[in-house]
Design a protein around this ligand. Sequence first.
Ligand SMILES: [Zn+2]
Length: 465
Amino acid sequence: MLKLHNTYSNTVEEFKPNSDNVKIYLCGPTVQSSPHIGHGRSAVVFDFLIRYLAFLDYEVNFVRNITDIEDKIIERAAEEGITTNELADRVTKEFQDAYSSLNCLQPDREPKATETIDHIINFIEVLIENGYAYATQSGVYFEVTKFKDYLKLSGRNKEEVISGTRVDLESDKKNTEDFALWKISKENEPKWNSPWGDGRPGWHIECSAMIDKIFDSGIDIHCGGNDLIFPHHENELAQSSAAFENQVFVKYWLHNGMINLSGQKMSKSEGNIKLLNEYIDKFGGNVIRFFFLRSHYRKPQEFSEDLLEESKTTFKRIQDFTSSVEANVSDLSIIEIFKNSMNDDLNTPKFLGEIFEKINNLSNFSKDEEKNLKETIKFIFEILGFNFDIKDSVKINHDELSKFFNTFQINYDNLEQAMEEFLAKREKLRSNKDFNQADVMRDKLKEIGLFIKDGDDSAWYWENS
Ligand SMILES: [Zn+2]
C-alpha cells in the first residue's frame, strides 16, 4: 500500500485517492527567468510519483500550470525593454526544453494564467458573494480572518504572517495579512477588464481557478516545492475552501525539499542560483535525473558539480550493468524491493541502496540470476523515466558526425546506420587479427564521445562528456 507524507496532517498517510483516476496538480513555473536546479528537482521528483502511480495501474490526470503574468514578469520585461508576452514565451520555451531533456512526462493540460482570466474573474466574484473578499481602489483582497482554518496547512502563526507582509504597496487593505486576488494595473502595465477596474490576477487565485476549471472538483494530490507552502498553497486552500464550502479542495499536499549549496539555501536573494540548462548540457538529462533519485524528495538536497560527477559515475554503472539485456520483469524479489521502497513515501535512496547491495555482491548469483537481475533493474529504471535509448538523449551534431564517419569511408545518414557499418569494419579487422587498427578505431570513436564494448554482443553507447 502506497503511503505518502501529507503536509496538511504532517504525517505519512495511506494513499486512498477519490477514484482510480488520480487528479494531480503541480504548481508550475512563473516564467520570469531561466529554470534553476530547484525547478528541475520539483519536476523530476513528481515525475517519479506520476510514473509510479501509473505503474500501480492508476490512471493519472496531471496538470501543471504556467504563470505567465505576475509582478516579477512585468518588472523583468521592463528591464529588458520587451513585452511581458515576449519574456514569458522565451522563458516558457526554456522550461519546456528542460522538462523534455529530463524526460519528464508531458502534463495532460498545461494552462496559462493569461488564458484563464475569465474563470479567475468568476472565481473572485464567488468569493465576494460568499463574503470572503472585498474590493478597494487598488484591487480585490481576500479577508483571511473570515476563513477559520487559515494557516492550518503551514502551521504558521498570525504574527509571523504580519511581520512578513509588505504593507507599503497595498495600503487600502482592511488587514495587513489580507492578500490580493485582483490588482489594478498602472498605465503601462498589462491589463484585462474586470468589474473592479482594469487589472491582472494575483498569483494565488490563478491556481485555485485553474483547478476548478479543469477538474471541476477537489483533487487528490497538490504538489510543489516546500517554499510554496506559505503563502501560495495556504492562500490557494483558503480561496478554494471559501468558494466551495462543501468540497475538500486537496486530499494530499506533497512538498519537495529545497536545494542547498554548501548547506546554504539556493535563492535569488543569496545570489547563488545554479541554472538547470547549463548542467543538462554538461551532464545530460539521465545524470541530473539520477542525482535527484539519490535523495529523498522531502529532504533538503546538497548540490555541487562534484556530486553531479559522482552521479554520472554511479549512473554509468547502472547503464553498463544493464547494457547487454532488454528490460524485463524477470526477478520478482527486485520488484518487491522497488515497491516497498516507493510505497514508503517514495523512498528512492532506500531502493538504490538495496539495488547496489545486489550489484556489489554478484558472486552470490548464478549466471541466470544475474541476467534476471539486470533485466529487472533495467525495467525499473525505465519505469522511473530513465532513457537508455541513448541516441535520443544527447544532442547530435550531424555535421561533425558526418565528417568523422567519412574519414572511415562511411556515408553518414543516421547514427544507427553509421555505427552498424563502423562496427562491421572493425569486426573485419578483428577477425583478421589486426587488433591494433581495431583499437585505433575504438579510440578515435572515444574522442567524439562514443564508446564500444566488446563482449558477447558488440555494443556501443554515447557518453555525454
Ligand atoms: Zn500554484
